[in-house]
Design a protein around this ligand. Structure first.
Ligand code: GAR
Length: 255
């Protein structure tokens, strides 16, 4: 038994991983308690799952914030402690020579391809992340768990959660065996490549995209007749075991 850790969760959709973690907490099979579930998208099923379990919820509507940023960003819109030069120095999401497009249209969890304006990206995300931080920092959490949260987090956000140097506090689950197939469609990329083995990875979040230290992985065979749907199903079933196990590993490491 470890000390019960306090966990915050962020989601974007259906929340089946969130459900697996809620169930593990309720069953007492992990030493964790979820204090809140935040979503970047209103009205998703994951929010209902949290509410049903008596967990606090909130929404930071990224799509709306980004739409409004596209009308123009004034310096006064930015968080007072936002320092673009420092964040540009730290970020490992995009290499500077690929960040030439000024549309700023990429808005999902992936910067792969990097056809966007990095400055717009970092500024608009910091505006959203400040609102997210105001919600999150109202709670005293040991760990922030991204359970299908489809937004890239920038150094502005990460530095305000990881306040002790060298100690990671943000965990993510990715639908592929990293370092293969980072980005938004891990199972799709695995399937289309023709891999014979697929899998999922839980890792800590650092300044890159799906690059942080790996905590755990699960794999499965991809059979000749498997469809993409089969791959997703097999993958999710592994995720539901893996995520609670990795949270428990974290609890034991600090307890
Ligand atoms: C999961 O497959 C998870 O690995 C993936 O989103 C799905 C969320 O499902 N996450 C990412 O792709 C993160 N880049 P869920 O909402 O049912 O837990």
């Amino acid at each position: 038994m470890a000390k019960t850790i306090h966990v915050g969760t962020l989601i974007s959709g259906g929340g089946t991983n969130l459900q697996a973690i809620i169930d593990a907490c309720t069953a007492g099979s992990i030493d964790a308690r979820i204090l809140f579930t935040g979503s970047d998208t209103p009205k998703v099923k994951g929010l209902e799952r949290a509410e049903r379990s008596g967990i606090d919820t909130f929404v930071v509507d990224y799509a709306k914030i980004i739409r409004s940023c596209k009308q123009g960003i004034e310096d006064s819109d930015l968080p007072p402690d936002f320092d673009l030069a420092k964040i540009l120095e730290k970020q490992q999401l995009v290499t500077p020579d690929t960040s030439t497009d000024t549309s700023g249209s990429a808005s999902g969890g992936s910067l792969s391809g990097a056809s966007m304006d990095l400055t717009f990206f970092l500024k608009s995300r910091a505006i959203a992340e400040k609102i997210l931080l105001d919600q999150i920092l109202a709670y005293d959490i040991d760990l922030l768990v991204l359970a299908g949260f489809m937004r890239v987090l920038t150094p502005y956000f990460i530095d305000r959660i990881n306040t002790i140097s060298g100690q990671y506090k943000v965990m993510n689950i990715h639908p592929a065996l990293l370092p293969s197939f980072p980005g938004t469609d891990g199972y799709g990329d695995t399937f289309r490549y023709g891999c014979k083995v697929g899998g999922c990875t839980v890792h800590f979040v650092d300044y890159g995209e799906d690059t942080g230290p790996i905590i755990g992985q699960r794999s499965f065979d991809i059979e000749e007749n498997d469809t993409l749907e089969d791959v997703k199903r097999k993958g999710l079933e592994r995720e539901w075991e893996l995520y609670p196990a990795c949270i428990q590993k974290f609890a034991e490491s600090i307890g």
